[in-house]
Design a protein around this ligand. Structure first.
Ligand SMILES: Nc1ncnc2c1ncn2[C@@H]1O[C@H](COP(=O)(O)OP(=O)(O)OP(=O)(O)O)[C@@H](O)[C@H]1O
Ligand SMILES: [Mg+2]
Length: 240
């Protein structure tokens, strides 16, 4: 597996005050890394730094084997895409119109729609009339049309019923498998996230306090719970 995204000893924050410290992690092609942790742990900050929206105070972020570019669009064009929440969807437009806006030459819309067959049935529907889960599918489809190589997904399931999340997450596994996309997945539904992820990291107070294969973490709920409630850091400084 090729390494797609790498954070080395990253400390980042706001107005000179660190919110995350000494973060090391990597995502390979076709791999899903779940990022877990309680509210305020630093998950979104880590994702923003990985996307190039925030510049690390110290440490480095690289994508596709080279340091992140300065401009967000350059990174996006290289294939590093932050999946926006449903605010990226235009409510007054239909599903078809939303997807048409996202299209480019040589896009893979047909393949993407194979991942979300439900969207095919909804092409003529205005997005304001879609359910939350359907809107989220559309947001994901819009991001995928651009053939990303790494997706950074921040709490896609916010506001969705667990049953809707359960329906959506397997599509993420499928796109990692089918398109070899690497995924850094921030998700509140711990067990669902671990069920599709390859590896996971748990953040607490801005630090990685637990890392491991998703299956192992899933089997050791106590370790995950302890990490959530603030065990002492167990990781060394090498990337997870
Ligand atoms: N724009 C900002 N300016 C200053 N501090 C911020 C800003 N955004 C987040 N923070 C602080 O940084 C820390 C980490 O926040 P972050 O949003 O990364 O956490 P999170 O793990 O994504 O939490 P949640 O699960 O609630 O989304 C928190 O203490 C938060 O208050
Ligand atoms: Mg967040």
């Amino acid at each position: 597996m090729t390494e797609m995204l790498r954070l080395d000893a990253v400390t980042a924050g706001y107005a000179g005050i660190p919110a995350v410290r000494d973060i090391g992690l990597s995502v390979a092609s076709g791999e899903i890394v779940a990022m877990l942790g309680p509210n305020g742990a630093g998950k979104t900050t880590t994702l923003r730094t990985a996307a190039g929206i925030l510049t690390p105070m110290t440490g480095t972020v690289s994508a596709f084997g080279r340091p992140l570019r300065r401009r967000l669009e350059q990174n996006a064009r290289a294939g590093l895409v932050l999946v926006p929440d449903t605010r990226g969807v235009f409510h007054s437009l239909t599903v078809r119109e939303n997807l048409t806006l996202a299209r480019r030459r040589n896009d893979n819309l047909d393949e993407v729609l194979d991942l979300f067959p439900a969207l095919r049935e909804l092409m003529g529907r205005r997005c304001g009339r879609l359910s939350g889960g359907e809107q989220q599918m559309l947001a994901l489809a819009k991001a995928l049309v651009h053939r990303p190589r790494v997706l950074l997904i921040d709490e896609m399931s916010m506001g969705l019923a667990p049953v809707a999340v359960q329906a959506l997450l397997p599509s993420i596994r499928a796109l990692a498998d089918r398109f070899s996309v690497g995924v850094l997945l921030v998700e509140q539904h711990i067990d669902l996230a671990l069920s599709i992820a390859d590896r996971a990291v748990v953040l607490h107070h801005g630090r990685i306090v637990l890392t491991g294969p998703a299956a192992e973490l899933r089997a050791d709920r106590n370790a995950v719970a302890e990490a959530y409630f603030g065990a002492s850091p167990t990781h060394d400084s090498s990337p997870a």
